[in-house]
Write a protein that binds this ligand. Structure first.
Ligand code: SF4
Ligand code: SF4
Length: 501
C-alpha cells in the first residue's frame, strides 16, 4: 500500500442531521470531492481533492456543510512549517515545479496597513461629498508640458492621446483563456458602464468584445498572442507587458487544456497546444529597443492611442521607470509582488519582487527629481483591496490603480488559489462550458459596477474628510499620509512622516 505523505489540507464537515441527501454538493464540485454512497445511503467526501472554494457550502440548501482547516499538524517547528514539509513531500513525489495561483499569500509587510489618512479638523474644513461636487475624473497619458498660443492668441492643441476615467480605477489584465468568456464579458460591460477600462491581458481580444474597444486596453506581451493591426486599433490604449508582479522575470504558461476552440482562434495558436510566452521580448534588450516597439505600436495606430509599459515591481524599479518614461511610453503600469495570476511557479510568486507601496513611492520620487514626472502617468496594481488602498496609492503618487483580485472576488471568486487547475467552480478561471455558465455575465457586470461605485463613493468621502474636492489635488500629496510602526528607512522611502509628526 502506497504511503500517504500529504494529508488533506481541509476537512469537509457535514451535519448529518441537516443533510437531506439532495446531492447538490456532488453536482457542484468540479473537483469531485462529494459523492453519494449507495451502500450506506450517505454522502461521502474525498477531502484530498478539496481546494476550499466554498461552492458546496454556498449552495447547500440546508447549510449542512462547512469546510475547516484540517487540524492535522506536524510537530511545531518555526523553521519547518507544515507547508514547507508538505511541499518537499510533493516535489519528492512529482519531481516538478510547484504551481500556484492568485497573489503571494505570505506574511510580508502590507504597507497600506501602516499608512493612515489625514482628515480636516477646525481650521481646514472638511467637505460633504453628498452636498458638494467632488471630482474623481482622471486622465492618463503625458501631461502637456506648457500651453502655447498662435499669433491670434488661440490655443495650439498639443494634447497627447490619453485615457479618460470616471474614477481612478481600471480592471487589470486578465487574458481570455486564463479567465472565462463570461468573466471577460462581465469586465468589458462593467468597464463600459462605468467609464473606465478593462484589459485583455496577453490572450488577444475575442471578436464578440470588439464593440467594447473604446473601454479596452489591448495588451502586447512577449508571445504576441492575438496581436494584429485590427486588434491594436480596436483598443483605447496598448499595453506592452514586460513583467507581472506574481512572476517577475519569467514568461507565461497557459496549459493546452485551456486552449479550447474559441481561445485558440483569439490567440491565433493551435487548439490544445500550451501557450508559452517567453520570459523576455526577443526584440527588447535595452530602453532603445523598448522605444522602437513603443513607436512601432504608435505608428500602427496612427499615434492616436497612448502606450502603456507594464513592469513588475523589482529592486531597481525607479531606474527602470525612468528609462520607460524616456522611451516614449505614455503610462507606466507597475505590478507589485502581491499581484494575482492564473498560474505561477510558487517559488517565484512567493519570493521575487517588492511591495508596490515602496515601488510606487520611489518611482514617483525619482521621476519628480528628474523632472520627467509629466512624461508619464503611473498606474499601480498588486493587491489593491479597498478604496482606502486607492486613496493611499494616489497620495503616494499613483494616477490610478489596477484592480484584479478584487474584481474577481466581485464575480464570486473565493480565493481558493487553484485557478491553474482550470476547474474553477465559480465559472471564472475555467474554459469548461458547464462551469463557465455558472457565472452569469449580467449579474457579474452589476456586481463589478456596484463595487466600483461603492469604492468611488468612499474615495469621495475620504477626500472630503481631508478637505480635498478633486482627486488631482490628492495625487502625490504625501502630507495626507502618516506612517505607523515604520522605521526611518521605510518612512524615508515612502516619503511620509510618522504619525504624531
Ligand atoms: S448539498 Fe447539503 S444537503 Fe445536499 S447532499 Fe450536499 S451536504 Fe447534503
Ligand atoms: S478564480 Fe476560481 S479557481 Fe481562481 S481563486 Fe477564484 S474561485 Fe479559485
Amino acid at each position: 500500500m502506497a504511503i500517504q505523505y500529504i494529508y488533506p489540507e481541509f476537512e469537509v464537515v457535514r451535519n448529518a442531521d441537516r443533510c437531506i441527501g439532495c446531492r447538490v454538493c456532488e453536482r457542484q464540485c468540479a473537483n469531485e470531492v462529494h459523492r453519494f454512497d449507495p451502500e450506506s445511503g450517505k454522502m461521502m467526501a474525498d477531502e484530498s481533492k478539496c481546494v476550499n472554494c466554498h461552492r458546496c457550502v454556498s449552495l447547500c440548501p440546508v447549510r449542512a456543510l462547512k469546510i475547516v482547516k484540517s487540524d492535522h499538524t506536524f510537530r511545531p517547528n518555526f523553521n519547518w512549517s507544515g507547508d514547507a514539509i508538505n511541499q518537499v513531500y510533493q516535489q519528492a513525489g512529482t519531481g516538478g515545479v510547484l504551481l500556484s495561483s492568485m497573489g503571494n499569500p505570505n506574511p510580508y509587510p502590507i504597507y497600506w496597513d501602516k499608512l493612515l489618512i489625514n482628515a480636516s479638523q477646525v481650521t481646514n474644513p472638511s467637505i460633504d461629498p453628498l452636498r458638494e461636487p467632488m471630482e474623481t475624473k482622471t486622465f492618463l497619458g503625458k501631461k502637456t508640458p506648457c500651453i502655447r498660443r498662435d499669433g491670434q492668441g488661440r490655443l495650439i492643441p498639443e494634447r497627447s492621446p490619453r485615457l479618460e476615467l470616471s474614477t481612478p480605477i481600471l480592471f487589470s489584465a486578465m487574458s481570455y483563456g486564463s479567465i472565462s468568456y463570461n468573466a471577460h464579458a462581465s469586465l468589458a460591460r462593467a468597464a463600459k458602464a462605468l467609464g473606465i477600462y478593462y484589459n485583455t491581458g496577453e490572450g488577444g481580444l475575442h471578436k464578440d468584445f470588439y464593440e467594447y474597444g473604446p473601454n479596452t486596453i489591448v495588451q502586447v506581451a512577449s508571445g504576441r498572442f492575438g496581436v494584429h493591426k485590427d486588434y491594436l486599433n480596436t483598443g483605447a490604449a496598448i499595453e506592452i507587458k514586460i513583467g507581472q508582479g506574481a512572476k517577475p522575470g519569467i514568461g507565461g504558461h497557459l496549459p493546452g487544456a485551456k486552449i479550447v476552440e474559441d481561445v485558440s482562434k483569439t490567440r491565433m495558436i493551435p487548439q490544445g497546444t500550451d501557450a508559452i510566452s517567453p520570459a523576455p521580448h526577443h526584440d527588447i534588450y535595452s530602453i532603445e529597443d523598448l522605444r522602437q516597439l513603443v513607436f512601432s505600436l504608435k505608428e500602427a495606430v496612427n499615434y492616436e492611442k497612448p502606450v502603456i509599459v507594464k513592469v513588475a515591481a523589482v529592486h531597481n524599479i525607479a531606474a527602470i521607470a525612468s528609462g520607460i518614461a524616456r522611451s516614449g511610453a505614455d503610462i507606466i503600469a507597475i505590478d507589485g509582488f502581491r499581484g494575482g495570476t492564473g498560474a505561477a511557479p510558487t517559488r517565484i510568486r512567493d519570493n521575487i519582487g517588492i511591495p508596490i507601496e515602496l515601488a510606487l513611492a520611489s518611482v514617483d520620487q525619482r521621476l519628480r527629481e528628474e523632472g520627467i514626472r509629466g512624461n508619464v502617468s503611473i498606474v499601480v496594481g498588486g493587491s489593491i483591496r479597498s478604496s482606502a488602498d486607492v486613496v493611499k496609492a494616489v497620495a503616494l503618487g499613483a494616477d490610478a490603480v489596477y484592480i484584479g483580485t478584487a474584481a474577481l472576488l466581485s464575480l464570486g471568486c473565493h480565493l481558493c488559489r487553484s485557478c491553474h487547475a482550470g476547474k474553477c467552480n465559480w465559472g471564472i478561471a475555467t474554459q469548461r462550458p458547464d462551469l463557465v455558465k455558472r457565472l452569469n455575465p449580467e449579474i457579474g457586470t452589476q456586481r463589478l459596477i456596484n463595487l466600483v461605485h461603492a469604492w468611488t463613493h468612499e474615495i469621495k468621502e475620504m477626500m472630503g474628510g481631508m478637505g480635498i474636492n478633486s482627486i488631482e489635488a490628492l495625487r502625490g500629496n504625501r502630507l495626507m499620509l502618516r506612517g505607523v510602526g515604520l522605521n526611518d528607512r521605510e518612512l524615508s522611502i515612502l516619503g511620509v512622516k510618522h504619525a504624531g509628526e
